[in-house]
Ligand binder design. Structure first.
Ligand code: HPA
Length: 291
């Protein structure tokens, strides 16, 4: 971001951190969070556009605005409160991001991944990520849910990173057992939960119908502007990852249509409780498992 005159000071701070610089930043953020509230979460949850309502269900919730955490990237996107919530959900100690920073806001991958590294440093070993997405699969309807079982990353981060080498991908990215459990929970509560491929694009403009057609042809079931930097960082940290999309609009490849962020946030709010139920039940299942 160093050459961008619109970049904020904190965005400039993210210019190509070495692994040691990054580890120091994570540790400073962890210390700041623990100084405000000592909490050892085992599950981290990221709430996407319009999905922040889940935070209301958290027991003994303690809220920490992102601006109280050193180097935590701020979000300006509507529908994102911008605070960390510490507490319990479904009997599990959780840390929840009520809102996330996006690449389209000017943050590099390292910054978007940073909160995941912080939540891992607090103790989280599982990650649940949520997002709002446009449905590419013609079977999808607005308000449906999708559990992600694969992805296509078009968020290319072109910046050369410090001493990077090709990174191995360890096994399945998305936890297979949790996908099956989520589908079972959805079936029992008559909730439509598709399983499919999430395609991430930089945005911030919603797509033309030709772009929607291309994304469908290369294998996307839903398209959004987030999630993959967080998922990749979590896998690098060997966290178990589960990710859900709320289909907030359906991409028509035949008719011109416009999508607005307000519609996306509104639909996210309406469908949010169905996703909340699935997440709470998954947490209850995990809380019954031996350590
Ligand atoms: N495209 C990209 N991102 C989105 C969409 C979409 O149609 N809907 C919600 N997030």
């Amino acid at each position: 971001m160093g050459d961008d005159s619109n970049a904020t000071t904190s965005q400039v701070n993210w210019t190509l951190l070495s692994p040691t610089q990054l580890a120091n930043k994570v540790d400073a953020a962890r210390c700041a969070i623990q100084a405000i509230k000592f909490h050892q979460p085992t599950v981290a949850i990221v709430l996407g556009s319009g999905l922040g309502g889940l935070a209301d269900a958290i027991d003994h919730a303690h809220f920490i605005p992102y601006d109280q955490i050193p180097d935590m990237p701020q979000t300006h996107a509507a529908g994102h409160a911008g605070r960390l919530v510490l507490g319990h959900l479904g009997g599990m100690p959780v840390v929840v991001m009520q809102g996330r920073a996006h690449r389209y806001e000017g943050w590099p991958n390292q910054a978007v991944e940073f909160p995941i590294r912080c939540m891992h440093a607090l103790g989280a070993r599982r990650l649940i990520v949520t997002n709002a997405a446009g449905g590419l699969n013609p079977r999808f309807r607005a308000g449906d849910l999708m559990v992600i079982d694969s992805h296509i990353d078009l968020l290319w981060d072109r910046r050369v990173r410090h001493r990077q080498t090709p990174r191995p991908r360890s096994g399945n990215v998305y936890d297979r057992a949790t996908i099956e459990n989520a589908k079972q929970i959805a079936r029992l509560s008559n909730t439509v939960l598709h399983q499919g491929t999430y395609l991430a694009t930089l945005g911030p403009t919603y797509e033309t119908r030709n772009e929607y057609r291309m994304f469908r042809e290369i294998g996307g079931d839903a398209v959004g502007m987030s999630t993959l930097p967080e998922v990749k960082a979590a896998r690098e940290l060997e966290m178990d990852v589960t990710a859900f999309s709320v289909i907030t609009n359906v991409a028509s490849t035949d008719e011109p249509q416009s999508t607005t962020h307000d519609e996306v946030v509104e639909c996210g709010k309406e469908a949010g409780p169905k996703l909340q139920k699935i997440i709470c039940e998954l947490l209850s299942m995990w809380s019954g498992e031996p350590d």
